[in-house]
Write a protein that binds this ligand. Structure first.
Ligand code: BTN
Length: 262
């Protein structure tokens, strides 16, 4: 908590050397009524979870595994914007803290030269059509070597350490993980305030600045269905607008969809 310059995000921080999943722990705290902006951090997770029911490899102590409980006064339609805003916060924190230019692959994967360095898992609890709480789970690969990733994901995943070495000849040991964590939390507070002020358009514009998806061919996997189209835009609710080759336009909501750049 030392040196944290935020008012809401990180007012209360829970640190662990090991948990099953910081998202699980954060949910338990949320159900007990913890404050808006409560942060859970762990050195390692034994059962890290990813989007779409996947697992998230985080048993090493070389990443940033954290979850943030948010209690925004919004309805379901704004949850997607908050998720996009979280990816904007991470991308801008990477720039500020480490001068790294990251991109965002819709909806909220953070990529470096096309490889994923960070994923975000948003989970929520609704009550009477309102959001009771949200848990934003952020998983950032920090100092892993390539050989430490499972073989199946090596061509798609990277860490800040791998990227800085390859791209700039820099050693990750010269960077502090805690400094990046603090910067992410303060950037998160900034976008959260923007959302509370109702300035959704600002978030969308920011997101577009980092987007590596718009204008590209995408393959959409939705349940049993697969289709290819061009990602044209995102709308005010954060849905991806995809134009198929026959000219039909689809609006894609992130929840059950995986997108691949082609
Ligand atoms: C994705 O599939 O891209 C999302 C990955 C999210 C991983 C993070 S690590 C911290 C938090 N706890 C979890 O169990 N998952 C998220």
């Amino acid at each position: 908590k030392e040196g944290l310059d935020t008012e809401t995000i990180g007012k209360s921080v829970h640190c662990f050397s090991e948990v099953d999943s910081t998202n699980n722990y954060a949910k338990t705290l949320a159900q007990k009524g913890c404050d808006d902006g409560t942060v859970v951090l762990a050195e390692r997770q034994t059962q890290g979870r990813g989007r779409l029911g996947r697992s998230w490899d985080s048993t090493d102590k070389k990443g940033i595994w954290m979850s943030i409980v948010l209690r925004p006064a919004v309805g379901l339609e704004d949850v997607q914007i908050i998720t996009l805003a979280a990816s904007v916060a991470v991308a801008s924190a990477l720039k500020k803290a480490m001068d790294v230019n990251a991109g965002i692959k819709w909806p909220n994967d953070i990529v470096l030269d096309g490889k994923k360095v960070c994923g975000i898992l948003t989970e929520m609890s609704m009550e009477m059509e309102r959001v009771n709480y949200l848990v934003l789970g952020i998983g950032m690969n920090f100092s892993q070597q390539e050989s430490e990733f499972p073989k199946e994901i090596r061509d798609r995943a990277t860490s800040l350490g791998i990227y800085l070495k390859e791209k700039h000849g820099l050693d990750i040991s010269g960077f502090r993980r805690s400094h990046l964590v603090k910067t992410i939390l303060s950037e998160l507070e900034e976008v959260y305030d923007t959302i509370k002020e109702g300035k959704v358009g600002v978030i969308i514009e920011e997101w577009k600045k980092y987007s590596v998806t718009l204008g590209k061919e995408v393959l959409i996997n939705y349940k049993e269905e697969q289709y290819i189209g061009t990602a044209q835009d995102i709308d005010q609710n954060g849905r991806l607008i995809v134009r198929l080759s026959d000219g039909t336009v689809r609006e894609v909501l992130s929840g059950e969809v995986s997108v691949r750049g082609l």
